[in-house]
Design a protein around this ligand. Structure first.
Ligand code: E4P
Length: 225
């Protein structure tokens, strides 16, 4: 399962990139709004930081198929042909997805709340389908269940499209989809930082250091012997 950062703040992305094994960055218009800067300026900074090989997902904002296609062309022109363009999995979006697939522009179907949206996006040639785990849970449905069902639909229908699950609020949600083997998960920095936040783990590491220092002296490490 690929792991992406769902944020656009360059400092947070830099820190997560330095410490954790991540495969790219996803954004949406609300995430960009939180940065309060010109969108392409922020996105180009991100692209420069993560490099051309890493995945960058950027959302089209227009509300017609034609407008979405224009947005997608501009996004890939500015940020590289390999940039994934997020297109809402709605009627206009499906039309846009088919055109973009023909043009070879990679699409991530977004705003996905139901398995049928995932199926249609797969048939339109989307590279990824992004079910919103936590938002689905908040509606009283089962977000993890929807993501698993979309994964199964795509596999059972021999489509190359993968799930990129989104909208996570805790480690357990991510872990469950990791065990299931979905294609990718995009996770906010605070949730990633919480993946291995555990007093027992830290206590075990601290005990090792204490024991070693008792043997060799305060502040001593293997390289300092
Ligand atoms: C992903 O495609 C969505 O833009 C995003 O992950 C939604 O997350 P949220 O529900 O935390 O806003």
């Amino acid at each position: 399962m690929k792991l992406l950062i769902d944020d656009a703040h360059i400092d947070l992305i830099k820190e997560i990139y330095e410490y954790y094994p991540v495969d790219g960055v996803t954004t949406n218009p609300s995430i960009l709004a939180k940065c309060g800067e010109e969108p392409f300026k922020v996105l180009k900074e991100i692209r420069q930081l993560i490099g051309d090989e890493a995945q960058l997902h950027v959302q089209a904002v227009a509300d017609t198929a034609e407008g979405m296609v224009e947005d997608a062309r501009r996004i890939t022109r500015e940020l590289g042909a390999d940039t994934y363009v997020k297109i809402p999995a709605i009627k206009e979006g499906f039309k846009a997805m088919k055109i973009l697939a023909e043009e070879g522009i990679r699409v991530t179907a977004t705003a996905v709340y139901t398995p049928m949206q995932g199926f249609l996006a797969g048939k339109c040639g989307a590279a990824y389908v992004a079910p919103y785990i936590n938002r689905i849970d908040n509606m009283g449905y089962n977000g993890i269940g929807v993501a698993k069902q979309i994964h199964d639909i795509l596999k059972n229908n021999h489509m190359e499209t993968e799930v990129i699950a989104a909208s996570f609020k805790n480690t357990q949600q991510v872990l469950e989809l990791c065990v299931y083997g979905v294609g990718a998960a995009t996770v906010a920095p605070d949730v990633i930082q919480g993946f291995v936040k555990n007093r027992e783990i830290m206590a075990a590491v601290d005990d090792f250091v204490k024991d070693f220092e008792e043997l060799t002296g305060k502040g001593k490490t293997m390289s300092a012997l």
